[in-house]
Design a protein around this ligand. Sequence first.
Ligand code: GLN
Length: 453
Amino acid sequence: AKQALAHAKSVESLHIFLSLDEERILKQAKESDARRKAGKAGPLEGIPVSIKDNICEDGEQVTCASKFLENYRSPYSATVIHKLKEAGAVLFGRTNLDEFAMGSSTENSAFGVTRNPHDPERVPGGSSGGSAASVAAGVVPLSLGSDTGGSIRQPAAFCGIYGLKPTYGRVSRYGLVAFASSLDQIGPFARTADDTALLMSVLNGHDVADSTSHPLSNEQPVAAAPKAFTAAEWKKLKIGVQIPDAGEEGFDADVVKACAKLADELKSRGATIVPIKSKLWEYSIPIYYILATAEASSNLARFDGIRYGVRAKEAKNLIDLYVRSRTEGFGPEVKRRILLGTYVLSSGYYDAYYHQAEKARKMIRDEYRQFFSGVDLILQPTSPSTAFKIGEKADNPIAMYKSDLLTIAVNLGGVPSLNIPYGEDAAGLPIGMQVTGKHFEEDQILRFAKSLE
Ligand code: GLN
């Protein structure tokens, strides 16, 4: 933990942490030493794990990178925090994110952007950009992020590390500040497949405090040490691959090449490659921006200026208090989403937008089931490009939304999906591949990742 603190100071200019309480960290490290001496070491004993600043930790700030919650401290801990503590981990600092996890670059943080450790002029991705950067910069070996439409996998891809979005319902959302509850999942960042699996095995588990938590997470837990596939297993593997056409709008040539190269590598190991093409994935962005904004507008209604955080000072009456507090507290992207969400839920538009999007989501889930009746895993690039420049898309929300083209369908389908770092582009920036599996088959994904190391 001491080493990690020194390292964190040496990379302060990347702006990874929104809070780093040295005293608290050293105290935990001491307690961990005592446990180790007493022969009571847990699976993560003494290991520093950074936490995205939208996961509640008793007594700690939980800002969600919003002015609204600048001075808010949580009175309780998320289930995943309890699990980390039981495993002996040292909770190491609160990492930067896009405000309320809305974004793909951390540029929407009210407290300033995080810089990519591979190139400080570029974004680390988002929304869990601080978490990904903390692992990629070598400050901590492990971190927690949340993924609603790609917020773990895309920053993992931009930073050249592993990032796993678990099956919806595998990890408890209790204590995660909700963005779009039917899509949100907490998941791990790490630098190796083994570390990803180890942290995942700790986070796993059914939780009565989260009504969407699934009992299968106990019946089919995630193995801590994934085994590489044997030659015989490779021969049985069927992998669906969607390689974008060279020259497809928004796709970097190097990313397309890397995907084709990996497909060839898999073939040479004996796997069967099945080209797949979804009829629906191209609609995933509009479907997502209806469902996610609808849920966000409802979830964020709790920030009323009374219960949490900012309270406007000169309000004339109750309505005025709501209006002023929300006007002052929320940033522009959050306001945009609340407006969109309120619109698609309003009477007269509900059937035309929200209801249709719900039906379309079900079609996407069914299509995944259909794909997986013929293949074991699906391989695609995680993002159409490598890390973009700070400011490049900041004023263009549509361009920003489009950068999530490949990650969003996974959340709509509820399936698990991992970013695997796979080579670099011509500029030396990391490229990430996304491997998606059947519901509750994280083991298969992690074994695949382990086999490629
Ligand atoms: N970038 C997507 C969005 O802005 C996904 C964010 C996330 O997964 N939290 O909504």
